[in-house]
Design a protein around this ligand. Structure first.
Ligand code: OGA
Ligand code: NI
Length: 343
């Protein structure tokens, strides 16, 4: 977002009475009716309640079937989760001047604050969201570019992202065991570049016309989401939208394109979106586990054989990311690009 565009921030519109035309999505993409079937909800995995073998089976099955699961009793302290959510909400609650003055001073613009998507000028319709994003590792290196306001931001988020890296390693190790990959498969480069994205969805006068985030798959290996106890996240499964019921102090985990490519399609990057509501604002923080730029992403040798030929090409993560952005995350175009049939 350029200076001067700041007043476009959706969180800056006091008492907005209607959804502006540029935020109205085509009818087939609007939230519509949610199919509410009590048995249809994403699996909940209790990291303390079962033995390791059961947990592995549970998360592999959940990722195969839904691409999503929630974890409870994951070991990250409730206080730290509350503190992190507290500073995220505080950040988005600041004046537009304070928020926009926190943009990165570094030449790579690693810490960004924007409204709607990063493709504001070319997107089909805007989404009802403001976003803050920054890299997390090594945090000693990047912290200087994170917001200096709220004053607790760097300390709290520094601790939070270190805990999330550990949780991410733990989840990936369990997935490796379930898939028959060496437990260190996702060490080093493949998990080296985690990025935090703090979404803020202000109340919307007519949630039926617009979206908080359009249907997408994350370009990550996995994503670990912290959300408030407010509905908004939906998962697309078998042609239907399923709402994710927020559980207190749970994390929502989903696979992304990179996991899909490495597992040769055994585990899928699930499609999801966020909807708005008319009464309260909702904040969420996605911790995307990304490989380093130079990492090669390709189907794991252990998962390909004569019956399972590679479905995806081998490429540097940097090339995947560039192409993902150039295609605005469009599922069909991205699939075509990563497919082994691509010429
Ligand atoms: C995302 C995302 C969901 C949410 O940031 O990629 O899917 O509920 N967020 O905010
Ligand atoms: Ni997402």
């Amino acid at each position: 977002m350029e200076a001067g565009d700041d007043r476009k921030l959706v969180s800056n519109w006091p008492n907005v009475q209607f959804v502006p035309e540029s935020y109205v999505h085509p009818p087939e993409k609007r939230p519509g009716k949610l199919v509410v079937q009590p048995c249809k909800t994403i699996p909940v995995v209790d990291f303390e309640g079962h033995d390791q073998t059961q947990i592995i089976q549970h998360i592999v099955k959940a990722t195969e079937e839904f691409g999503f699961f929630q974890i409870i009793n994951h070991g990250v302290s409730k206080k730290l989760m509350d503190d992190a959510m507290g500073v995220f909400k505080e950040f988005h609650g600041m004046s537009w001047k304070d928020k926009t003055s926190q943009r990165s001073k570094d030449p790579n613009k690693s810490c960004r604050f924007y409204t709607s998507s990063e493709k504001y000028t070319t997107e089909e319709a805007h989404v009802w969201r403001d976003a803050l994003t920054h890299p997390c590792h090594p945090f000693e290196e990047y912290m200087q570019f994170w917001p200096a306001k709220p004053t607790r931001y760097r300390k709290v988020v520094g601790e939070y992202v270190q805990e999330l890296r550990k949780l991410g390693d733990q989840i990936l190790e369990l997935l490796c065991q379930g898939l028959g990959l060496s437990t260190s498969y996702f060490s080093r480069g493949l998990v080296e570049n985690p990025v935090l994205l703090v979404n803020h969805y202000p109340p919307c006068p007519d949630p039926s016309l617009t979206l908080g985030l359009v249907k997408h798959r994350d370009p990550s290996l996995i994503t670990i989401l912290l959300q408030e106890e407010i509905n908004g996240l939906q998962v697309f499964k078998d042609g239907e939208w399923i709402g994710v019921d927020p559980l207190p102090h749970a994390f929502v985990v989903n696979g992304g394109y990179v996991l899909q490519m490495i597992t040769n399609g055994k585990l899928k990057g699930a499609e999801h979106r966020a909807v708005t509501n008319s009464s309260v604002s909702r904040t969420s923080a996605a911790f995307f586990i990304y490989p380093s730029k130079d990492s090669i992403i390709e189907p794991a040798q252990a998962l390909i054989n004569a019956c399972n030929p590679p479905q995806y090409r081998s490429m540097k993560f940097e090339d995947f990311q560039k192409n993902f952005l150039a295609r605005s995350g469009n599922a069909e175009a991205v699939m075509q690009f990563i497919s082994s049939m691509h010429d």
